[in-house]
Structures are given as structure tokens and as C-alpha cells.
Design a protein around this ligand. Sequence first.
Ligand SMILES: [Zn+2]
Length: 560
Amino acid sequence: MNGSLRSGSTPVRHFLPALLFILVSCASGTTAGTAVPEDLRISYVISMDDAVNHNFRVTMTLEGISQDTVVLKMPVWTPGYYWIQNYPKNLSRLEIRDGAGRECAFTKTAKNAWQVYAGGADRLTASWVIYGNSHSVADAFIDTTHAFIVPAAILLYPADALTAPSRVTLDLYRGWTAVSTGLEPVATPADFGKTTDTGGKPADAAGVAPSQGQVWTFTSSCYDVLFDSPILAGNQEVMTFTVNSVPHHIAVLNPGTYDREALKRDYAKVVESAVSIIGEMPYNHYTFIIMGRGMGGLEHLNSMAVFTGREDGDIYPSDRQSFRGWMEFIAHEFFHLYNIKTIRPIALGPFDYDKENYTNMLWVSEGFTVYYENIIMNRAGFMTPDEMLESLSRSITAYEAIPGSRVQSATLSSFDTWINFFSFSENSQNTTISYYDKGCGLGLLLDLKIRHSTGNRKSLGDVMRTLYYDYHKRLGRGFTDDEFRTECEKTAGTDLGELFGWASSVVRPDYDRYLGYAGLYLKEEAPSAPGGRVRFVIKRKEKMTPEQETIYNDLFREIK
Ligand SMILES: [Zn+2]
């Protein structure tokens, strides 16, 4: 292999402080007609003293508001989880008072909106209770062992103030000593009684008396940051490792027994491998929130929340297959901090928290993330070329072997995620596909096409870097469907109408021609048992041309 033809990774260029990253995220949320009062100050206190009843008691204080009527809202969904959750269903006992303690009348004007008659008061205090008893990455949970706070699921906010900063104080359940989140800390229990460096006020200025539990305070630069920063509070174990001097915290409930130093080294390898694809770390700290009982995982700005699905919270399986499966999952959620959080379709941020945010592009945001799981794991030394081929074959089989592949396109699957993804039925495979699976298959074909048409001088990685540096960093926004195709074609130096046609239609892709660029082909294997499903398996040709060999060896790297 000729080293000069290698592509797909770049050295880490430099580290962007998270503050700048967050400012960029918030600045892009400023739109005409959303004037935030200049003096508006928003602070929350989340009390966990009623954990035994699964209740959060929340207080929001607005200062500098001075309007006759104020509209308060609550999100109906949370970023990354494309499903209308109707969070206000868990809210009760809403009370609103002015600065003099007088009760303010309010009217409910929508399922997630309240019009408050504030009478020009400068200060309003709203308090409410949220019931949290669901083990999901998109729901709030609290009992006497821990609390998982999904901010969109428990916080009201002043309408038209989505770009405003706010402060969140946590009053922990007694005996809890740990808080894990991507938010920036203002004050921890160690700071009480001292003067903070953020305005000269004592850390307990929020008026919280830490009579029972610890009190922690965090700040957020806007609601797109706050609503994308879950919080785990309890007595979780926190393990910290650094990559290029940037701290990464693994916060885990009910940890198992394993070699913690080896675990940190392996998690660091996944981070390094993912970072090498884009070449920059857009955060100054990252938190892995890992819980036990529950399902799934969700990506966030500079954190992830995942469940092991087991009580013991095994986050470092000892058998190779389970280890690979778990680390692929971690690699997937981690790579989202690029692909969807910074490299994103224009519809996915700034968010509208009142309703569905439609995009045709989840086959790129989710499907390519599945594709990159394989590359990250291979570059980290955890997945052999044969295992990569096996994994990619599984993704292709998942959609090509079901009737839905000739009924629903990848773009329609993306658009309709709001009504399809969590409404799986016995008929789903007849009429729908997963944009995760087909997006992964198309990501592989696109990568091969770009490599072939550029003599392996360019790859899909070059497209991802262009979207990151030119759109996210330079323009401060996401990309349109057309811009995405244009950037792919510019990188490939050729028309990609055929491939984009496969994304937006149900025409079967010409796998063998595209796989052939790397000396591969797709073999259809009959079901192993009557009534079983056909399998599609990517195979290596016996003889490869030098060009095929170059592309194959660059993409499917031998591991040491
Ligand atoms: Zn994902």
C-alpha cells in the first residue's frame, strides 16, 4: 500500500475550547422575532427530597421580565429521540407567584403552553412537580438510589427565550455525592460558604438551604445546550481518563468488577480513533453516563446517556463478542458528537421543541454513524477486516432481506421516523426499512465510489471534514439536502445522481459494481432453515487489481 494514497484520517489539529463551541451553538439559534429581554435572568432549583415518591420538585425564577403576560412552555420531545413524548403529562401542581409572593393567574393555551398574567412584575417564580419513574434515555427518573434528569422532560421555559442563558441548581437527595453532566459547573458542595468566580455571589445565592443533601450549580449558555445535557445524580462511580489533555468522565451506576485501568485505556482508544476522523475535539470535557436497567442510548453535545440493559451495569464485558458489541455502541454514540451534533442537517438545530422537526437526512446522520462505528472500531484495533465485513453484511441484510426495502426509501424512512420508529408492528417489515441499516449500506457504497473516482486520494472522511469545518465552524449552521449532495460530488469529482437516487427511491443499489471498487461482491445466501431469511454477505474476490487492493487495504485495515 502506498502511504501517500491513504485517506480517512487526519492528525488532531488543535483543541477548540468548549466555551467557543457552545457560543457557536447558541449564536446559530438567534432568529428574528425572538427578542430576549436584555436583563432577563433565569434560574432553576431542582429538589430531589421526594425521591421516594419519584417526584422532582422544580422552581424556576425569572428576573427582569416586566411584561403583562408571559408565556411559559415545556418541550414535547428531546433532541435525538424523534418521538413526541408529551412531557407535560408528568407535570402537576403548577403555581406561579410574583416578586411580592402574590399568586399569578394563568391559562393553559396548548398542551405545552401556559399564559401567565404577570401584571408587569419584574420577578416571577413558578414551581411544579414532575413525576419521573421511567427507565429510558428520553425520560426523567428518580428514586432513592439515583436521579436521571432529562432537562427537556422536567423544565418549563419562557417562550421566545430559547437563546437565553440559565443557571440550574440541584438539591440532591440526602447521602448522594456525585453529579455527572456535560453542563459547566458553577459551584460544587466544596464551594459553599465561599465566593464563586462567577459574579461574586455566594454559591448558595439561589436560596437553597442544603439541610439534607448536597447542592450543585451549573450554567448553560442557551436552551439548545441545556436541553441537550442530561444529568445523572446519585452515588455513581466516576472514572476519568484524558485524551490530548481533555478529560473524559465515565459515570457508571452499579459498576462491575474489572480492571479499571484497562477499561480506561480501551475507552480512550475509541475516542482517539473517532477524533482522528475529523481531527479536532469540539469540547473541553466529555461525560459517558452509563446506567443499568433500561434500553438504548442517546447522543448529546458533549455527553452520552446509555443503558447496559442489565442490573450489574457491565460496561467492560470480558468475552470478545460482547466487548465488541458494547464498544461499537459506545463508538456510535460518541461519533454522534460529530455526525448529528456538529455535522448536521439544517433541520436539526436550532430546535423547535413544540413539534416534530422533519428531515430527509437521518440515513446520513444515523446510517453513516453506524458505518463509522466499524471504521472507528477497526482503527482502534478492536475489529478485524473480516469482522467489519460481517458487520456491514448484517446491515445490508437487515433491509435487503425484507419486503419493506422495495416499498420505503431511505429518505422517506428518515422523514417518517416520528410516526414509524417507535411504532413497530407486525406489518413494519412489509412497508418500512430502518434508515440506520440502509444509511450504513449507502455510506459504504458512497465511500467506495469517492475512493474509486479519486484514485483513493479522497474518501467519505473528506466530506465529513468539509461539513464540519465549512458548515459547522465557518458558517455556524447545518447543511441542506442539496448542499450535502454538492459536497459529496465536489469531493468525488463526479456526478453521484445514481447513488442519491438509491437513497430517495426503492431501486436496489448496484452493490457488485460499487463493492467491486474494493475487490468485493455481494453474495445472497439461502435461508439456513425453512421459513428463515436470506442473508447478504460481502465477500472478497479471489483476485484483486492493484487499485482494488489499495482501496481494500486502506478501508479494511489489518489490526495488530
Ligand atoms: Zn445513533
